[in-house]
Design a protein around this ligand. Structure first.
Ligand SMILES: [Zn+2]
Length: 368
C-alpha cells in the first residue's frame, strides 16, 4: 500500500548471513550500512510485521467502532520512506495505518511530538488534503533529519495541510504548552478531523540521549490529554526515546491518562526495580538547562502557523468512492463465524454527509 515491492522483498529476505549478496541493496535501502542508524539484524522483517501490524490493527479497531482510543507503543516509526529505511525506522506503520483509516474516515489528523521531524509521514501525504500532518520538533544545527521548516506547508491539493513548528533546544513544559494547545485548537477548528493519529516520541523529554528538549513526563502527557479532550477516535503510537527509564515512565503515565486512571508516583516493586533507582518515582523534574525558545520567537512562529491555517477554505469534503474491503473482524464476530471464507467483509457504511460526488481530484501520492 505504501512501500515499493522491491524494498519489501528486500526486508523480507535479507539476513545478516546474506549481507554479502545484498551489498548494493543495503546501500540503496539504507539498511546495515556501517555508521548508519538502521542496522541489519536477525528477525528484522518479523519486527516490522509486529510493530506495523499493531498499528494497522489499532486503526481497524477504531474503524469498526470497537474502541475510541487504540494504543500501540511499539509503533510510531515516522522516518521510514517508500523505498528507504531511515532513523531506526524500516516500515512506516503510521503511513500504513493512516491509509487504513482513510478507507472509513474522510479526514485524518496526524500529530507528532517526537523531538525529530515526522518527515516520512509528511512526505507520504504532502499533496493531499485528506491528511493534515502537524509536527513539533527541534530544527536547525544539522539536527536529524533536517526537514520541517516553518515554510514547508504541503503542495498542490495538500498546500497548507502540512504544519511544521520548528523549535530550539531546551523547550520546557510551559513554553511547549503555550504553542501546542493553541495550534492544535486551531487545527481542530479548521480541519475538523474525523480521526487522529498521535505519535508520542519520548525523545522530547529532558535527559534523552539524542534529544535536546526539557519536557517532563507531565508536560509530555499534557499534549496527550489535550488531544484526548476532543473526543475524536485516536490512534496513539510510540516513537523515539533513547533513555529507556524515561520512555517506560512516560508511556506508563500516558496509558493511565488515556484510561482516565490515577497513577501513583511511587513505582511498585517489579522485575525492573533496579532501573528506577534511587527514588523509584514515576515523575522526574526538568533539567537545569537554558530554554532557547523565548516568548517572542514562539509567538512569531505561532502567528505564521495561524496565517497558513487561515488559508484553508474550511474542511475539505471527500468524493464518493468505492470503499476497499477491510479484513478486520472483531473477536465476537470471529467466534460466530466458523467458515473462514466468510470473515472477509466490506467496511462499514461511510458516514453520511461527509462523502459526496465531486470531480475534484483528491488523489494521494502514495494512496490506493
Ligand atoms: Zn525521534
Amino acid at each position: 500500500m505504501f512501500h515499493s515491492a522491491d524494498y519489501v522483498d528486500f526486508l523480507k529476505n535479507v539476513t545478516p548471513d546474506k549481507a554479502q549478496e545484498y551489498g548494493k541493496q543495503l546501500t540503496r535501502f539504507n539498511v546495515g550500512r556501517s555508521g548508519g542508524d538502521c542496522p541489519l539484524f536477525d528477525g528484522l522483517f518479523e519486527f516490522c510485521q509486529l510493530y506495523t501490524g499493531g498499528s494497522i490493527d489499532g486503526a481497524r479497531k477504531l474503524m469498526s467502532g470497537s474502541c475510541d482510543i487504540a494504543v500501540n507503543w511499539a509503533g510510531g516509526l515516522h522516518h521510514a520512506k517508500k523505498s528507504e529505511a531511515s532513523g531506526f525506522c524500516y516500515t512506516n506503520d503510521i503511513v500504513l495505518s493512516i491509509l487504513e483509516l482513510l478507507k472509513f474516515f474522510p479526514r485524518v489528523l496526524y500529530i507528532d511530538i517526537d523531538v525529530h521531524h515526522g518527515d516520512g509521514v509528511e512526505e507520504a501525504f504532502y499533496v493531499t488534503d485528506r491528511v493534515m500532518t502537524v509536527s513539533f520538533h527541534k530544527f536547525g544545527d544539522m539536527f536529524f533529519p533536517g526537514t520541517g521548516d516553518i515554510w514547508d506547508k504541503g503542495s498542490g491539493a495538500g498546500e497548507y495541510y502540512a504544519v511544521n513548528f520548528p523549535l530550539k533546544d531546551g523547550i520546557d513544559d510551559e513554553s511547549y504548552e503555550r504553542v501546542f494547545q493553541p495550534v492544535i485548537q486551531k487545527v481542530m477548528e479548521m480541519f475538523r478531523p474525523s480521526a487522529i493519529v498521535l505519535q508520542c516520541g519520548a525523545d522530547s523529554l529532558a535527559n534523552d540521549r539524542l534529544g535536546c528538549f526539557n519536557l517532563t513526563i507531565k508536560g509530555h502527557g499534557q499534549c496527550v490529554s489535550f488531544v484526548k479532550s476532543f473526543g475524536i477516535p485516536t490512534l496513539v503510537l510510540g516513537g523515539g526515546g533513547y533513555n529507556i527509564r524515561s520512555v517506560a515512565r512516560c508511556w506508563v503515565y500516558e496509558t493511565a491518562l488515556l484510561l482516565g486512571a490515577d497513577i501513583d508516583d511511587n513505582i511498585p516493586y517489579n522485575d525492573y526495580w533496579q532501573y528506577f533507582q534511587p527514588d523509584h518515582k514515576l515523575h522526574f523534574p526538568k533539567q537545569n538547562m537554558e530554554n532557547n525558545n523565548d516568548k517572542e520567537y514562539l509567538e512569531k512562529l505561532k502567528i505564521k502557523v495561524f496565517e497558513n491555517l487561515r488559508c484553508l477554505n474550511g474542511a475539505p469534503s471527500v468524493q464518493m468512492q468505492e470503499v476497499p474491503p477491510t479484513y478486520y473482524v472483531s473477536e465476537e464476530e470471529l467466534e460466530e463465524t466458523m467458515n473462514p471464507d466468510e470473515r472477509v467483509k466490506p467496511c462499514k457504511a461511510q458516514k453520511g454527509g461527509e462523502f459526496f460526488n465531486d470531480d475534484a481530484d483528491q488523489g494521494m501520492e502514495n494512496g490506493h
